[in-house]
Design a binder for this molecule. Structure first.
Ligand code: MN
Length: 716
């Protein structure tokens, strides 16, 4: 186990200004907090955070990151609290430790292979400070190094798979190849030990059979280059078993060639020399077509730069090589951390804030680069920050745009679930359907077979999928209503002409009416595109409806004809924007005697039977439809009633008015002063009520108020 002094010295080695005191306190705090806890290996638990901190010193990370590494398991596994961390180590460290803890909790939630890409994005999105991710990667690396101590085979497999699918690609994404390689190899050891062993054996054989081959080739390459005036270092590096395995799997080949096993690396002074060296190599040895890649002119997304080529080289061996500068090499191995390392030596002593520079650069690279080769993964960080990732109760990850709601979530899971969702629980708590979801939320959609989408959902959903599903449903519903309504209107129109409505008769008239089917015809009548009279005249040409010969029928008689005939059309749904809507003049309420007026293109407008607006329709009785309220006890619907009132202009009068309404459970929806004198206010008030009884109660209560001189229901 690394000692306290050793760790602090390592940090001071690369950062003279490191906060020695903070590091020492973090070390002691973590040691005390973990106390006698032990690891699966039997080692004291505290050895783990120290090793994690040790890994990060290799990347010359700042004091806060190293302290975070030391403290990273204290929130989760000990009695230490966030407040304690903040007061002892400052906000920065406390936030970082909290961030790492959150990532660790996510690990426990999901174990589904096809979710890996989403899960990686979630981790990136949650690591709003990239240092959180670095500590997490180092944490995972040390856990993988000690994985053999975990006795449970299944658990080892799960952790190894998670590392392979999630953490190794993350390390690669931020350019930390050394960590990526080690994570992959350690996972490979657990996931496919046999394959790895056989590859190792084969490697051993190739290495020993061609004695000194690698050195001979390296020397010849070096000489070839130096005689062309290019001084280089040439290193032959054995590939990792896992990368050999992956290549074999991918290309379905066995490995025999040296190029499958060893990669030669040529390190030169500057970028120009890279191309010069490439020219010399290609001049001296035949190049294998199709394998050349120029990552210097087009760096990879993670800022990897190198020239790659394969040639038939010395001793007729096929050789794969990478040509790069020393700086490019550092970046390849250490990721963008290397940037900062270079800045540090170039600019002399660290200036304030310099240590964060590479972190910012990393973010920029992640956000801006777009290497087509890896674009498939669409890995831009900014894309993840536009997204939220939520879990189903089974642990599936659902990716949504930011500010998505439970309704979006439901539709993303399944259209049926969206269509029947009545509510949602987020992390066990009931939330409104319009609530905003956050990263890592577990969302449980409550469904009911009777529920149908509400058009109002369209106002808050953010996904196209939810929006189009809601629209589609509303359109279907609306059409069904138009069809039913049209049928009833026609039935009435035919009866009043002394005929029976028959589909056969309608069929014959379809062409004249420019309708494709009887259903279409019903819908056209229901939505008011065609009138009942037009249809009757088409079916019985030359005939006119008796009721409509231009005679002026007194309003009272039209009303009387309607009432009590027993053909009332029930109003259903009461969904705004549907085939049925309510007149703004008289504000009909459940319980009112009502009548419908067919309006072209809009369906039916409902008025109270005594609405003054009805005068306008006296000459077109075919537009009148007898309608009734469908009595439904589980209709919690809110309706708006309108009253006009005259209130004394005196202190307290208005407040007594509003408090009477509130006391009677009415909700003022709109209030307009229409007239104002020194003595009185005249006002129109819209009140949300259950039904007409409710409104009448409120009116009665208002009339009892001394300051209120009159209250009436609005009548058009
Ligand atoms: Mn840990």
């Amino acid at each position: 186990m690394m000692r306290q002094v050793e760790l602090v010295e390592r940090v001071l080695d690369y950062d003279r200004d490191a906060d020695e005191d903070l590091l020492n306190r973090a070390y002691v705090f973590a040691m005390k907090a973990h106390g006698t806890q032990t690891r699966a290996s039997g080692d004291p638990y505290f050895s783990h955070p120290i090793e994690v901190a040790g890994i990060l010193t290799k990347y010359k990370l700042d004091t806060a990151t190293i302290a975070t590494a030391l403290l990273h398991d204290t929130l989760e596994d000990t009695v230490a609290t966030y407040d304690e961390l903040e007061s002892q180590f400052g906000l920065d460290v406390a936030k970082l430790v909290d961030g790492v803890t959150k990532l660790s909790k996510l690990e426990l939630q999901s174990d589904r292979q096809r979710q890996a890409e989403n899960f990686r994005k979630l981790l990136l999105a949650m690591s709003d400070d990239i240092r959180v991710l670095l500590v997490k990667l180092a944490d995972r690396l040390h856990n993988m190094r000690t994985l053999l101590h975990i006795k449970n085979e299944e658990k080892r497999q799960r952790i190894a798979r998670e590392t392979m699918e999630i953490y190794a690609p993350l390390a690669e994404r931020i350019g930390m190849h050394e960590i990526k390689d080690e994570l992959q190899d350690l996972s490979f050891q657990v996931l496919n030990a046999e394959a790895r062993d056989s590859i190792l054996k084969r490697l051993e054989f190739l290495r020993t059979s061609g004695t000194g081959l690698i050195d001979r080739i390296a020397n010849e390459l070096k000489n070839t280059l130096s005689s062309a005036g290019i001084e280089t270092t040439v290193v032959g590096r054995q590939k990792r078993p896992f990368s050999i395995w992956r290549k074999m799997e991918l290309k379905n080949i066995s490995f025999e060639q040296l190029s499958d096993v060893i990669a030669f690396r040529i390190i030169v002074d500057d970028a120009a020399s890279c191309y010069k060296a490439l020219g010399v190599i290609h001049g001296a040895y035949p190049m294998v077509p199709g394998l050349f890649k120029d990552y210097i002119s087009t760096p990879k997304r993670n800022n990897y730069r190198s020239l790659h080529t394969t040639v038939i080289g010395p001793e007729r061996q096929r050789i794969e090589m990478q040509i790069r500068t020393a700086e490019m090499h550092e970046i390849a191995e250490y990721g963008v951390a290397a940037h900062w390392l270079y800045k540090q030596t170039d600019d002399g002593p660290l200036r304030d804030g310099m240590q964060y520079r590479w972190l910012r650069e990393l973010l920029e690279i992640l956000e801006n680069a777009s290497d087509p080769e890896e674009f498939l993964e669409h890995t831009k960080l900014s894309m993840f920050q536009d997204q939220v990732f939520c879990f189903t109760p089974k642990g599936d990850l659902i990716a949504l745009p930011s500010s998505a709601t439970p309704v979006d979530f439901a539709y993303m899971v399944h259209t049926e679930l969206g269509n029947h969702c009545v509510g949602a629980k987020v992390n066990g708590r009931v939330v409104p359907l319009r609530a905003t979801l956050h990263n890592g939320d577990q969302v449980d959609i409550l469904r009911s077979e009777n529920q149908t989408p509400s058009p109002t959902w369209e106002n808050f959903v953010v996904t196209g999928k939810a929006r189009s599903a809601i629209r589609r449903f509303v359109r279907q519903q609306q059409r069904a209503q138009y069809v039913e309504l049209g049928q009833q209107i026609l039935d009435k129109a035919f009866r009043s002409g002394g005929h029976e409505l028959s589909e056969k008769g309608l069929d014959a008239a379809l062409k004249v009416l420019k309708q494709k089917s009887v259903t279409d015809l019903y819908a056209a009548v229901g939505s008011g595109v065609l009138s009942g009279r037009q249809v009757v005249e088409a079916v019985f040409p030359g005939e006119r409806l008796r009721a409509a010969l231009g005679k002026v029928v007194p309003l009272a008689r039209v009303r009387n004809k309607l009432v009590g005939r027993g053909h009332a059309v029930p109003i259903r749904g009461l969904i705004p924007g549907m085939a049925v809507h309510f007149a703004g003049c008289c504000h009909p309420l459940p319980g009112d005697r009502i009548v419908g007026i067919v309006t072209s293109g809009k369906g039916i407008t409902i008025h109270t039977i005594d609405c003054e607006t009805l005068e306008q329709f006296v000459e077109t009785p075919e537009r009148w439809v007898d309608v009734s309220w469908e009595v439904s006890n589980d209709d919690p619907g809110v309706h708006v009633g309108r009253i006009t009132t005259i209130v004394a202009n005196e202190p307290g009068a208005l407040s007594s008015l509003t408090s009477v309404i509130a006391r009677n459970l009415g909700n003022i929806n709109n209030l307009k002063i229409t007239n104002r004198s020194t003595d009185f206010f005249e006002m129109t008030i819209d009140i949300e009520v259950r039904d007409v009884k409710h409104l009448i109660n409120i009116i009665a209560a208002l009339r009892a108020e001394p300051a209120i001189s009159s209250v009436e229901r609005a009548r058009g």
